[in-house]
Design a protein around this ligand. Structure first.
Ligand SMILES: Cc1ncc(C[n+]2csc(CCOP(=O)(O)OP(=O)(O)O)c2C)c(N)n1
Ligand SMILES: [Mg+2]
Length: 113
């Protein structure tokens, strides 16, 4: 969990001519998303797509399947748009219907997004 969030930086450094998109859950992003500051400092143009559902969904589904109830799987997210702005990254807010369009726009930005 979370290794893809910051591992994407290494992938982009190894393959600078390729588009690198890390699709991450919000729980995963919270564990290591501060690496965005490194990406901005060295202009490592990774695109992160954060799936913001305010919970550890996989764990919730496991709990439901085993115990028929859930606990400690919800959390409040920070404002990721404000966070990205504060780090100096490019940012786009997406909904279910705009995600793939935004991702292609992100691919053309050439900056941490
Ligand atoms: C370091 C680490 N801690 C905990 C886990 C257990 N784990 C697997 S998935 C998950 C929740 C992931 O939540 P999120 O990233 O929000 O994705 P979602 O399931 O909501 O799509 C957790 C805690 C793990 N795999 N690795
Ligand atoms: Mg989640």
């Amino acid at each position: 969990m979370a290794m893809g969030t910051n591992g994407a930086l290494g992938v982009k450094c190894a393959q600078p001519d390729r588009t690198v998109i890390a699709t991450v859950g919000d729980g995963c992003y919270l564990m290591s998303g501060f690496e965005l500051t490194t990406a901005v400092q060295h202009n490592i143009a990774v695109i992160w797509v954060i799936f913001n559902d305010g919970e550890y969904k996989l764990i919730k589904l496991s709990q439901l399947s085993i115990y028929k109830e859930t606990a400690l799987v919800s959390f409040d997210n920070p404002d990721y748009v404000a966070f990205a702005h504060a780090c100096g990254a490019t940012v786009m807010r997406s909904t279910r219907s705009t995600t793939s369009r935004r991702r292609s726009r992100g691919a053309s930005v050439g900056r941490p997004t």
